[in-house]
Design a binder for this molecule. Structure first.
Ligand SMILES: Nc1nc2c(c(=O)[nH]1)N[C@H]1C(S)=C(S)[C@@H](COP(=O)(O)O)O[C@H]1N2
Ligand SMILES: [Mo]
Length: 309
């Protein structure tokens, strides 16, 4: 099924070339170079509270959401994550929360979910590769966790890290982005009520290929900001380095807000292919901030969104 959705232009096309180039350069002793040129789920049920988010959106099927994935640690093919991510052990799991917080520590999933009411959030997911889905996430607001650990006034950004597990992640052998995968948000973006930590889909526990046991979802930004299988959250003073920005800053900005008026250097961002419907997968216009303009535009007032893409 996944093979049906081969996209013309993907991050992987260049990344494979970049990996090859990097290896060649490393072998030549030149070091790394900037390469800018180039069916329904089971019925266990998490009991997530229904919310008004996403009313009117038609969610993609469980099959679509869990078999067409980007999780480069498990390979660059869209069907590599579903094939390979099962080997990742997600229980027990803990997240280190450190930096500018009142109560730093190694928090178990039990600690993180204690007292949390899980909610359903039906959001659009817009990949920078110009495809999209609608996903009924289960999760809770990141702000809720940050408030519980206590953010110090000097904190301005939040940095995230994915698990680094060479025994089960074949993708780590390829120097595509710098591993472990990292991401970051400005503190006000992290505290926005649309920003969630997700632990499930369709009221079921998060499948490994989608970022079990806990991943970020920032619906107004390109999908790669929504970092999977998080093991570390750090409150920091300055803009943290992020995986894809480090790979190519002109292609992948720190902000990465969905913006139909700012094309990727190698393809248009004005429209997207909504996964689903097989051969009839629809091309639809891309919306500013992925359709969340009313909720988030104020975060960027006065900012040049082309420069700060
Ligand atoms: N750690 C990690 N997180 C990641 C990625 C990745 O390769 N590694 N891919 C990103 C990209 S490009 C997208 S589009 C989304 C895809 O999420 P999904 O597979 O749940 O649809 O995850 C993002 N999070
Ligand atoms: Mo993506």
């Amino acid at each position: 099924m996944a093979g049906r959705y081969k996209s013309d232009l993907t991050m992987a096309d260049v990344t494979l070339k970049a990996a090859w180039m990097n290896r060649r350069q490393i072998m030549a002793g030149a070091g790394a170079a900037a390469l800018g040129a180039i069916a329904g789920p089971a019925m266990a049920g998490l009991g997530a509270k229904k919310t008004g988010y996403g009313q009117g959106l038609e969610p993609n099927t469980w099959e679509e959401i869990t078999s067409y994935n980007n999780f480069y640690e498990f390979g660059t093919g869209k069907d590599d994550p579903v094939r390979n991510a099962g080997a990742m052990k997600t229980d027990p799991w803990s997240v280190k929360i450190d930096g500018l917080v009142d109560r730093p520590g190694e928090y178990s999933m039990g600690d993180i979910l204690a007292g949390v009411t899980l909610e359903e959030r039906i959001y659009r997911l817009r990949c920078v590769e110009a495809w999209s889905m609608v996903v009924p996430w289960v999760g809770f607001e990141l702000a809720d966790l940050l408030n519980r650990v206590g953010v110090k006034p000097s904190a301005k950004y939040v940095a995230f890290e994915t698990a680094y597990l060479p025994e089960v992640m074949p993708g780590l052998s390829y120097p595509i982005v710098s591993w472990p995968y990292t991401e970051g948000l400005r503190l006000d973006e992290a505290m926005h009520p649309l920003t969630i930590l997700a632990t499930g889909i369709y009221d079921e526990p998060m499948p490994n290929q989608n970022g079990a046991p806990i991943r970020l979802v920032v619906p107004w930004k390109y999908g790669y900001k929504s970092i999977k299988s998080i093991t570390r959250i750090s409150l920091v003073e300055s803009e943290p380095p992020t995986a894809w920005n480090g790979y190519s800053a002109s292609e992948y900005g720190f902000y990465s807000n969905v913006n139909p008026n700012r094309d990727h250097p190698r393809w248009s961002q004005a429209s997207e292919r909504r996964i689903g419907g097989g051969l009839f997968s629809k091309k639809i216009p891309t919306l500013m901030f992925n359709g969340y303009e009313k909720e988030v535009a104020h975060l960027y007032e006065g900012m040049d969104l082309i420069k700060y893409h």
